[in-house]
Write a protein that binds this ligand. Structure first.
Ligand SMILES: [Zn+2]
Length: 137
C-alpha cells in the first residue's frame, strides 16, 4: 500500500480573468449622482438620505449594508430617513429591486432602527419582565 496522499494546492485559485479595459471613447461620461429615495422617488435634498450599499469590493462583496458613513463603494440605493419610506421600501422590496440582490434581515433591522431612533428618541422602552403578574393572591 504505497498510497501517497495527493496534496493539492489549497491556495486561492488564480483565475486570471484579464478584464479587457473597455474604455468608452468619445463619451463625456459625467453622470451626476442623483440621490433619489427608492420609496417615494423624491430627492433627499438637504435632509440627506439613508444609503444602502451592495458592497462592490472587499471580502464581503455582494453584501448589502446600511452605509452610515457614505464612504463605502458599491451600488447604492437611497431612502428618506423616515419610517414611512423605510416601511414602504421594505414592504415592496424597493431596495432589492434597486440593488438587484436580496437584502438581509439585518439591513432591514438597521433601517428600521435608524428611522426609529430618529423619530422616537425617547421612546419608552418596553419592560423586559413581562409575564410576571404584579400581584398574586
Ligand atoms: Zn422617501
Amino acid at each position: 500500500m504505497g498510497t501517497k496522499a495527493v496534496i493539492r494546492a489549497a491556495g486561492p485559485v488564480a483565475v486570471t480573468a484579464v478584464s479587457v479595459a473597455a474604455t468608452p471613447v468619445g463619451k463625456p461620461a459625467r453622470r451626476v449622482p442623483v440621490r433619489t429615495c427608492v420609496a417615494c422617488r423624491t430627492s433627499g435634498g438637504k435632509r440627506g438620505l439613508l444609503r444602502v450599499v451592495r458592497l462592490g469590493a472587499g471580502e464581503s462583496v455582494g453584501t448589502v449594508v446600511l452605509d452610515a458613513t457614505g464612504k463605502k463603494s458599491g451600488r447604492g440605493a437611497y431612502l428618506c430617513p423616515t419610517a414611512e419610506c423605510v416601511a414602504l421600501a421594505l414592504k415592496q422590496k424597493k431596495l432589492e429591486r434597486s440593488l438587484k440582490t436580496p437584502i438581509g434581515e439585518e439591513v432591514a433591522k438597521a433601517l428600521r432602527a435608524a428611522v426609529t431612533a430618529a423619530d422616537t428618541e425617547f421612546a419608552a422602552s418596553p419592560s423586559e419582565n413581562e409575564g410576571i403578574p404584579p400581584d398574586r393572591g
